[in-house]
Design a binder for this molecule. Structure first.
Ligand SMILES: Nc1ncnc2c1ncn2[C@@H]1O[C@H](COP(=O)(O)OP(=O)(O)OP(=O)(O)O)[C@@H](O)[C@H]1O
Ligand SMILES: [Mg+2]
Length: 347
């Protein structure tokens, strides 16, 4: 069903990304490292899972958002890997005999929890695909996952897929363009997901409602297409809520706004006392239409008093890296209109 809110895993439920699927397939044929990028809810996880399932490839899918918050250890990563391997029917066979790994009954467990066992386990995944979803989270460890990836790239016959919605942070983690970094110079392919066109958004909603057996007035569909701005995740959220809850667009839009602003609130917690300035910058950009750096500076100083240029630059830079702000032609905007509304009303 198109409006199922979980990431899609089957081609039947997967709308109109034939081109992206084809590109993904081709990248897997020729490349070793594939980056799937795109803003929040653009369908990255769905593309990866649907693609790998439909190509019939064996993979391990690690959702790095599930790692504990704050700094995490190699032990935490091993737990994530262990859980995923326990879901795979082929895993016991493939990993049998690794020193420090026990297989009891149905489940598999790393008894030793260090780098050696991690490397050994990964080495045994020859021929498989390793997916690191939300890979920017791997920055939050003393263990250098960028070195681990470079090692896999150079010495193990696996395909590596990394994906993340905080695109700037993802690249900061990978540092593929930095000569000092372990992954520097390794060729990679990138699949960038974009928003749906208005026409495609409309078709998506029409098809979804048809599947649900619900007749929806065309004005409602038109309005939803406008409001949810080609973001397939929000369109799905709308379709799902409208079908199940019989709610108005207005209410669904506000609920979505609250949801997205909560994610931002959570993400801003890392800034501790500096948080207030981040909030203010977001509010200033949200209430304007495309602002220049100097306009943001004026706005924030009017509210909070003097702020050094490099401090403000740093704040803006971090917000862009997290995907909350976008810079185009020297001006800043909030790319997601739902988030923009959420920031104005609920942040
Ligand atoms: N091609 C598609 N066809 C139908 N539904 C889709 C498609 N792509 C994504 N969706 C739906 O949109 C929502 C977001 O999808 P998904 O979780 O795959 O995106 P994402 O980019 O990984 O999001 P996040 O940034 O939150 O991780 C989900 O409800 C999913 O079911
Ligand atoms: Mg995802």
């Amino acid at each position: 069903m198109l409006f199922n809110p979980e990431p899609k895993t089957k081609v039947e439920d997967f709308f109109n990304m034939e081109e992206e699927l084809r590109q993904f397939r081709e990248s897997l044929n020729v490349g070793k490292l594939i980056i799937v990028s795109g803003l929040r809810r653009y369908g990255k996880t769905s593309l990866i899972l649907t693609g790998l399932n439909s190509f019939g490839l064996d993979y391990v899918f690690l959702d790095c958002r599930l790692l504990p918050s704050g700094m995490f250890s190699i032990n935490d990563f091993l737990s994530l890997l262990e859980d995923e391997l326990n879901r795979k029917s082929w895993a016991k066979e493939v990993l049998r005999g690794i020193n420090g790994l026990s297989v009891s009954g149905l489940s598999l467990r790393f008894r030793r929890r260090d780098q050696n066992i991690l490397l050994n386990a990964l080495k045994n995944l020859e021929g498989k695909v390793i997916v690191l979803d939300e890979a920017q989270e791997l920055r939050r460890s003393n263990y250098r996952f960028d070195y681990l990836l470079a090692h896999l790239y150079d010495h193990v016959n696996v395909k590596i897929i990394v994906s993340g919605s905080q695109v700037g942070l993802l690249y900061k983690f990978l540092r593929v363009d930095n000569p000092e970094a372990p992954l520097f110079g390794r060729p990679y392919l990138e699949i960038k997901l974009k928003r749906l066109s208005a026409q495609k958004s409309k078709t998506f909603l029409e098809r979804g409602f048809e599947e649900e057996g619900l007749k929806v007035p065309s004005e409602v569909i038109e309005e939803a297409v406008k409001r949810f701005d080609g973001n397939i995740g929000w369109l799905t959220y709308f379709g799902y809520s409208y079908t199940r809850g019989n709610e108005t667009i207005e209410r669904i839009f506000e609920k979505a706004s609250k949801l997205s602003v909560n994610e931002v609130k959570h993400a801003l917690n890392v800034y501790g006392l500096g948080r207030r300035r981040y909030v203010e910058v977001l509010k200033i950009v949200a209430s304007g239409t495309s602002l220049k750096w100097s306009e943001i500076k004026r706005g924030i100083e009017a509210k909070l008093g003097k702020i050094p240029n490099n401090t403000l630059s740093n704040i803006i830079h971090n917000l862009v890296n997290q995907g909350f702000l976008e810079k185009t032609g020297g001006e800043y905007t909030i790319p997601d209109p739902i988030l923009r509304n959420g920031i104005i009303k609920y942040l």
